[in-house]
Design a protein around this ligand. Structure first.
Ligand code: PSU
Ligand code: MN
Length: 301
């Protein structure tokens, strides 16, 4: 499949310079305008400052685009009827020449096709609470099991069942590595009750891990769980009660399928008076910086 690659990204690919892939659903469905646009600009700035090239991925009129221009980012950030594309939706959207924002799963696939092994996001999707009744398990987890891309995130989103998400990832052979932490970060908070098996302390050690896994020929992805910065953290108990209320709202409103996650993120923003959005932006910037630092080391090994 032909990819439309931004010249700057293409140049970095040829010269084996560090690149960080970025998803676009966080822009179109994860945050409101204009916060999404300023977040995206800041993310690019942070990545460049750390010595890497940002490459936001999306589908524009059916074209797989690796590295959006600032104008294209702005268009996606402003539009209100952009499709949310997971892996399941990609072929259809390409065939119908549609425009859409890519989730973690679709971004992983496209990032891998472009030859970019590292990707930063806010939080991955996972096993939803009550998944035993709804069967709602994010495609992100399947892609992590079958696509060799390292995803830097602040853990799985706290709206999920974090324990079941970890179990699922273990079954699929996906390492969840705490970055300077022994426990799974819970997106808005640094801590959760779930201990992790692996911890790494530096970007170099993450880069070395990526190379080792590559040499083993493993085709699965890796989660680097990077806790939200202290100053932006929301207390676990406080956010938890808002999450329970938001889940109840979703149920009452009959929200299901791919609308669940955007609905919950928006409901939380309302309930926390915008604090969850500020936390989401802070953790995204923190992840972008770490991903860029890892990418820089990765290309030196
Ligand atoms: N992280 C954020 N905000 C988001 C998402 C992640 O901070 O909006 C998006 C990602 O694109 C992720 C998606 O892949 O939510 C998961 O959606 P679902 O639960 O429908 O699989
Ligand atoms: Mn889902």
């Amino acid at each position: 499949m032909r990819l439309t690659i931004h010249p700057e990204v293409q140049d970095a690919l040829i010269k084996k310079r560090p690149i960080v892939a970025l998803e676009s659903t966080i822009l179109s469905h994860g945050m409101p305008y204009p916060d999404n646009l300023s977040m995206s600009k800041e993310v690019s700035r942070v990545i460049r400052q750390a010595g890497a090239i940002p490459a936001t991925i999306a589908l524009l009129n059916g074209r797989i685009t690796i590295g959006l221009t600032p104008e294209e980012v702005e268009r996606l950030a402003k539009a209100d009827k952009v499709m949310k594309l997971s892996k399941r939706d990609l072929a259809f959207a390409i065939s119908e020449k549609l425009t859409g924002a890519t989730t973690v799963s679709a971004t992983m696939v496209l990032s891998h096709q472009a030859g970019i092994p590292i990707f930063a996001t806010g939080g991955i999707g996972g096993v939803h609470r009550e998944a035993h009744k709804t069967f709602d398990i994010s495609r992100d987890l399947e892609e992590l099991s079958s696509c060799p891309v390292t995803v830097v995130c602040a853990g799985a989103k706290a709206i999920l069942d974090l324990g079941l998400t970890l179990e699922y990832l273990e079954t699929k052979g996906v390492e969840v590595i705490g970055y300077q932490t022994d426990v799974l970060p819970a997106f808005y908070s640094r801590q959760s009750p779930y201990r992790l098996e692996f911890k790494l302390e530096t970007p170099e050690s993450v880069a070395r891990f990526m190379r080792t896994k590559q040499r083993l020929g493993f085709s699965s992805g890796t989660v680097i769980a990077n806790p939200i910065p202290h100053e932006a953290e929301l207390p676990y108990d406080q956010i938890e009660s808002h999450i329970i209320n938001a889940l109840n709202d979703a149920k009452l409103a009959g929200v299901s399928g791919k609308r669940v996650t955007p609905f919950l993120l928006d409901a939380l923003k309302e309930k926390t008076g915008g604090e969850s959005l500020r936390a989401n932006i802070a953790l995204m910037l923190n992840n972008a910086k770490l991903a860029a630092e890892i990418a820089v080391k990765y290309w030196k090994i």
